[in-house]
Design a protein around this ligand. Sequence first.
Ligand code: FPP
Ligand code: MG
Length: 318
Amino acid sequence: MTATPELTSFGDRFEERLREAAIADSPFVTEAATHVISAGGKRFRPLLVALSSQFGGDVDEERLMDAALVMEITHVASLYHDDVMDEADLRRAAPSANARWGNLVAILVGDYLFSRASSIVAGLGVEYVALQAATFTRLVQGQVAETIGPDDETDPLEHYLQVIADKTGSLIAASALFGAMVSGADQSVLDALAAYGEELGLVFQLSDDLIDITSNQTGKTPGTDLREGVATLPTLLLARSDDPGDAELLELLDSDLSCDERLAEALEALRAHPVIDEARAEVNRRAELAKSHLAPLRDGEAKDMLLALCDELVNRSV
Ligand code: FPP
Ligand code: MG
């Protein structure tokens, strides 16, 4: 996707403001809070805020910037906590905050960043605060549900889809809504962008989980979900298989994968299994569904870019 000059200039100012927003009273907190921000990132959520702001009326640039900052800072804050939960060593090809400074610092710096996002959202107005709070509720509930796993009455695949809707779809949908709200868009636009954002969020996390298995270029350790015992679409599809030929792989996936050789063996076998293509087909199907929610929106560059985001997620390898 080629960015317009306006988007490129917004992106440059955004980077500056993002760093400024993380500055703390203590140089140590500033260093730890800018650590993940400086390591890069796709800035997917601020891009979505900016594109979604093109479907209403006049946009106040400062409010648009603040809306984009709230979404990215909340996302980054959640990554500090997520890497503690996943015991991850790498984030954005750099040592994770927990690997560098330990769990206690990583958790508190995540809290610090969330406080910075809360302070910015307060300036936007009560309806933004309410959406931000509802999103935080879903993020946390999604993470807890992932951690405890499905109960006996719940289908594991249904459980997984609810988890990813809450832990990822919620913030991506909120990003689309924040942009539309800043532009004073009418309710039909808000509804379309919310539905698009929820589905796009599912596509984002489905593809993220898929490349946790298939890619060595994510800047994260491949196979983290397998090692942590977190079931994702390919392993859930495999678990449904009644082919006796799959028993050995299922047993391997169920075993202790803390040893690097066993994890590599599991990754290699899973990468060669047809469930990977089945999972890809599901990502594709849902990406088309996300696109269909954009039908009521006015045609133009912003809509084309929102459509292109769906294709990029289907084809992503990082
Ligand atoms: C990434 O999952 C994690 C999330 C999308 C949400 C994390 C949310 C929390 C930890 C709740 C606390 C939130 C805040 C704002 C402090 P993943 O492990 O599948 O993705 P990864 O591959 O990028 O690690
Ligand atoms: Mg993680």
